[in-house]
Write a protein that binds this ligand. Structure first.
Ligand code: CA
Length: 231
């Protein structure tokens, strides 16, 4: 069992008290410091106050829904890059949210196992911790990706990507000659495979194409995805 020397703080935003309590108890037993908010405005206040390492955010909330909470978190210059794991009720809802560019880093559909939730949280925290390495910028299809600064430019203009979108593009752009299967991408970008829906990859590819151009990533039918135009 992986333990952090200093407890990482997770804010859980969920109005259904039994779910919030169960999630909080499980996370505390895993060594996390947990704060709970029951609605959107309380969540924003709490995040401003405690500056969490990660936010578990239910989509359906009274006051402000999870979508709006996520947008406002992202707009905060001080804490805009906090990893957000959004809880949804259905897989197609996740598709829709990724398509809207809501900016959550990962999505988990209810009902979920506590083990899966913890695994996802750990994977997101590992990615957030990953020290920037000095690496040359990658150029693919007019898009320039700077791995050290985690910045992406299209025709010279900076484009904002979520952490997950950036990592996915990075994996593809690093080996433009290679076709990656969805399973491989799930492993490399999301850090695991168990319980994951391959459609998560498709949703993020769509988001990247929308932000950076349809040509950026090609679909290799029956296999997976690769960077660049169809040959
Ligand atoms: Ca709810």
């Amino acid at each position: 069992m992986e333990r952090q020397a200093t407890a990482r703080t997770v804010v859980v935003v969920e109005d259904e008290e039994p779910i919030a309590a169960a999630v909080a108890a499980r996370l505390r037993s895993e060594g996390f410091a947990v704060e709970v908010a029951g609605d959107g405005p309380a969540a924003l206040d709490l995040c401003r106050r405690v500056r969490p390492d990660l936010v578990v955010l239910d989509l359906v909330l009274p006051g402000l829904d999870g979508l709006e909470v996520c947008r406002r978190l992202r707009a905060d210059p001080a804490g805009g890059d906090v990893p957000v794991l959004m809880l949804t009720a259905r897989d197609d809802e996740t598709d829709l949210l990724v398509g809207l560019g809501v900016g959550a880093d990962d999505y988990l559909t209810k009902p979920f196992s506590p083990r899966e939730l913890v695994a996802r949280i750990r994977a997101l925290l590992r990615r957030a911790d990953r020290a920037p390495t000095v690496a040359p910028a990658l150029v693919v299809g007019g898009v320039e990706l700077d791995p050290a600064a985690r910045r992406v430019r299209r025709d010279g203009a900076e484009v904002h990507l979520t952490a997950t979108e950036f990592d996915l593009l990075h994996v593809l752009a690093a080996r433009p000659d290679v076709v990656h299967t969805r399973e491989e991408l799930l492993r490399k970008v999301w850090g695991q495979t168990g319980g994951y829906v391959a459609r998560t990859v498709d949703s993020h590819v769509r988001a990247l194409r929308r932000k950076l151009g349809a040509d950026l990533i090609r679909t290799v039918h029956g296999v997976g995805y690769a960077a660049g135009r169809p040959s």
